[in-house]
Structure formats: structure tokens, C-alpha cells
Design a binder for this molecule. Structure first.
Ligand code: DOR
Ligand code: ZN
Length: 430
């Protein structure tokens, strides 16, 4: 089977390519990239006026299966990924049961084989039951295919477990992904701690809670020579601390999410629980620092922290509503709208942060259109304007704070291993 993508603006940060050309796909892999490829193909995709880039690699998602299938399943979550141009995802392990044994890791891969529309990787937990009391079988989890280790969803409060896990992960070269928020300091907090939380009389989650745990984990990485990756960075102080740790030669990388460079805590006043997320939305000063951190490389990548919840759960009063927002179907457009269209950063910058960098961090065979690479491709209209309509989501989760936003940059087609897994034109015909 041969597919030819014709006359696209081919963007491949891994090869430093950004030019008009064709992409030939053969047997699920990139066979050639260049001008005027004349090979015969079974399928021709006319991409004139569109960009073609390596599919996005989202290293922070919650698929909710098993245990919370009312929120999301691997089938619906990976359909949402495909719709968002995301061709590889990492699923977090705060499911029921928790993914804390090699058997659970194998179970996730069995489910993914049956139901996943894009490449799905899973983490293994660092502590049993995410309880911060007992370390998991690190080597067994890795042998079963865990793509990284993380207790995400809750902070790993036990420094001894973090330290030992960093040491035992070293031979793999893979990171521990840290949900950095000190559990005691965030306790029952429902939003950023500050003037606004005091005005609204809500318990807060202070910036220092995030910074404290990330500095601890950075110090433990320095101490062990292990590798820590900081999840969903949201504060100015975090960016500064990560910058210093990197300058000191610590093996540390970090991610942020579109919500942290587009929204502030004021959304809580406007949208209530729809804007509730951990770590919380912060201030304009933090937003500016996150963007600076992306620009100067302190923040390596952009992920979604796609965290679907049911409408009924999100309809509860703020303190009782669960935290999190969906993101897979809006992340590329939000990043393009803000970073490319508003701030003038090149398209290749956005693709590097959303595809090439996360693939590099987790050592996935992804994030590039080099010859021989899997043909995981997103074709998008960089300038096309569209309006976010949660009713159109493939995700079961409709919990987005971006409903009604006009965004620029629209996914037209997504290919995984050379096969089309999402096609906007087809969706619009239905
Ligand atoms: O807001 C959040 N929701 N943050 C997390 O770390 C976990 C996630 C979830 O699982 O809902
Ligand atoms: Zn988290």
C-alpha cells in the first residue's frame, strides 16, 4: 500500500525541514520526502495549502480505563487524540485498579491493542496504589512495557520512594514523571492561593507547593544521577527553579499545558468547576513566565493533561467537583493560536514542543518525518478559524474551559502508521 501526500508544507523539526513537498508512505512508513515525487500511489492526498507534520506525541493523558469508563475509554480517548492530530499518547495510571503491577501494564496494552486508534503507551505507578508508602516493582513494570513511571494524579510525597525509584530507573534512561504539588500544602485547596481565593473564600493551592516538590525532585535527581520530568508546570517560580536546575546540569525536563499559557485564575470566577484543575490556573505573571519558559527551552514540551470528567461531576459545587479538563481536541489549535499567530513563533516551534521533544524524552519512535519513521502524520490548516464546540468532541469528556473560543489552526487529517484515523472532510459529510 502506497500513499502520497502532495504539495504540503512539510514541517519536521527533527530534520530542520520546513518547505513545500510531497511525502510518500509505503507499508506504514515514510518512504520519501521531497519535491515532485512521481511514484505511483494507491491513495493520493492533496495537501496544497496545508501543513504536514509528525503527529503529536502527548505524554500526559488520562484515559480512565479501567474503572472510570463513564468519564472516558481507550476507544473514545484515542478517537479524541486522532481528532486532535495526536498520534501517540501516554496514559497515566490513576485508574481503577491503579496501573501498579506488570499485570496491569500488560492489561492496558491488551486493551489498547483491541481499542486504541493511535499509539498508546502507559506509565506504571511509582508507589503501590499511588499511596506513597511502598515502591512498586520498577524493573517488572519496565519489562512489561511501562513507558515511564509516575504517580500522577496525586503527589508522590515519600522522598525515599522517589529517590529509590530514580536510582532504579537509571538503567532505562527513562524519567519519573512528577506531579509536583506538596500534598500537605495543597490539602483541600480548590484554586490558586492568592488575593482572589481570599476574596472568594476558597481554600487555595499555593505556588510554593508546586515549587517545593519540584525542587525536592530536582535535588533527588542531582543526588542520584536519575532523570526526573516535571509535569504540568504552572508557576513563574517553577520556571525559574527548573532553569537553575538545568543550568546546574541536573537531568530534568518539564512540560506545560495550553491552559497554563492561555488562562488565569480569574476563569474560576467566570466558569467555576470548568476551570478547576491541578495544579490550578495561576496569574497573568505566571502565564507570561510559562511562555518565556517555552521560548527559552526551560519548558521542553506541551502536553494536554487530558482529564475527562462527567457533566454531572463537573456540575457539583466547586469544592466537590473533580479537577481537570479535556485537552486532546483543542491543544494544537490553542498552541497555534497563541504561540504562532499571536506571538509570531514559527510553526516548527509548536511542532517541536508537541511532537519532537516529547518523543525524544520518552525515546519513542515518533516525532519525525525522516525516511523509515512510522508514518504518523498530522495534516492541518494553520490559519483556518473554527469555534470550539464540546458537543462535537470524540471524547466523552466535555469539560473544557474553551467552549465557544475561536481558534486558528485546524486538524484536517491524522494518519497513524500510514492509515487515516481521522478525516475532517469525512466527519463533515456525516
Ligand atoms: O486536574 C487534574 N486532574 N490533575 C491531575 O493531576 C489529575 C487529573 C485527573 O486525573 O483528573
Ligand atoms: Zn498531574
Amino acid at each position: 500500500m502506497k500513499t502520497l501526500i502532495r504539495a504540503a508544507r512539510v514541517i519536521d523539526p527533527a530534520c530542520g525541514r520546513d518547505e513545500t513537498g510531497d511525502i510518500l508512505i509505503e507499508n506504514g512508513r515514510i518512504a520519501a520526502v521531497g519535491r515532485d515525487i512521481t511514484a505511483q500511489a494507491d491513495e493520493i492526498i492533496d495537501a496544497a495549502g496545508l501543513a504536514a507534520a509528525p503527529g503529536l506525541a502527548d505524554m500526559h493523558t488520562h484515559m480512565r480505563e479501567p474503572g472510570f469508563e463513564d468519564k472516558e475509554t481507550i476507544a473514545t480517548g484515542t478517537a479524541a487524540a486522532a481528532r486532535g492530530g495526536v498520534t501517540s499518547i501516554l496514559a497515566m495510571g490513576n485508574t481503577l485498579p491503579v496501573v501498579d503491577t506488570p499485570e496491569q501494564v500488560a492489561d492496558i496494552y491488551r486493551r489498547a491493542k483491541a481499542d486504541a486508534r493511535v499509539h498508546l503507551y502507559t506509565v506504571g505507578a511509582v508507589s503501590r496504589g499511588l499511596a506513597s508508602r511502598e515502591i512498586t516493582d520498577v524493573e517488572g513494570l519496565l519489562a512489561a512495557g511501562a513507558a515511564a513511571l509516575s504517580d500522577d494524579g496525586v503527589p508522590l510525597m515519600n522522598a525515599a520512594i522517589m529517590r529509590e525509584a530514580l536510582l532504579r530507573m537509571k538503567p532505562s534512561g527513562l524519567p519519573i514523571l512528577s506531579h509536583s504539588e506538596d500534598g500537605d500544602l495543597v490539602a483541600a485547596g480548590v484554586m490558586n492561593e492568592g488575593a482572589l481565593s481570599r476574596k472568594l473564600s476558597y481554600p487555595g493551592r499555593p505556588a510554593v507547593a508546586e515549587e517545593l516538590l519540584l525542587v525536592r525532585d530536582g535535588m533527588l535527581a542531582a543526588d542520584t544521577g536519575g532523570y526526573v520530568h516535571i509535569c504540568h508546570v504552572s508557576t513563574k517560580g517553577s520556571v525559574q527553579y527548573i532553569r537553575r536546575l538545568k543550568e546546574a546540569g541536573v537531568h530534568i525536563t518539564a512540560e506545560t499545558c495550553p491552559q497554563y499559557f492561555t488562562l488565569t485564575e480569574e476563569e474560576i470566577e467566570k466558569q467555576g468547576a470548568m476551570a478547576k484543575v491541578n495544579p490550578p490556573l495561576r496569574t497573568q505573571e505566571d502565564v507570561a513566565a510559562i511562555i518565556e519558559g517555552l521560548k527559552d527551552g526551560t519548558l521542553d514540551c506541551i502536553v494536554t493533561d487530558h482529564a475527562p470528567h462527567t457533566a454531572a461531576e463537573k456540575a457539583r459545587a466547586l469544592p466537590k467537583a473533580p479537577s481537570g479538563m479535556v485537552g486532546l481536541e483543542t491543544s494544537l489549535a490553542l498552541s497555534l493560536t497563541v504561540l504562532h499567530h499571536r506571538l509570531g513563533l514559527p510553526l516548527s516551534f509548536v511542532i517541536e514542543k508537541m511532537s519532537t521533544a516529547p518523543a525524544r524524552i520518552l525515546r519513542w519512535n515518533a516525532g519525525t518525518l525522516a525516511v523509515g519513521a512510522p508514518a504518523d502524520i498530522v495534516i492541518f490548516a494553520p490559519d483556518e478559524e473554527w469555534t470550539v464546540d464540546p458537543a462535537s468532541f470524540a471524547s466523552k469528556g466535555r469539560n473544557t474551559p474553551f467552549a465557544g473560543w475561536k481558534l486558528r489552526g485546524r486538524v484536517r487529517r491524522t494518519l497513524v502508521d500510514g492509515r487515516t484515523v481521522y478525516d475532517l472532510a469525512e466527519e463533515q459529510r456525516q
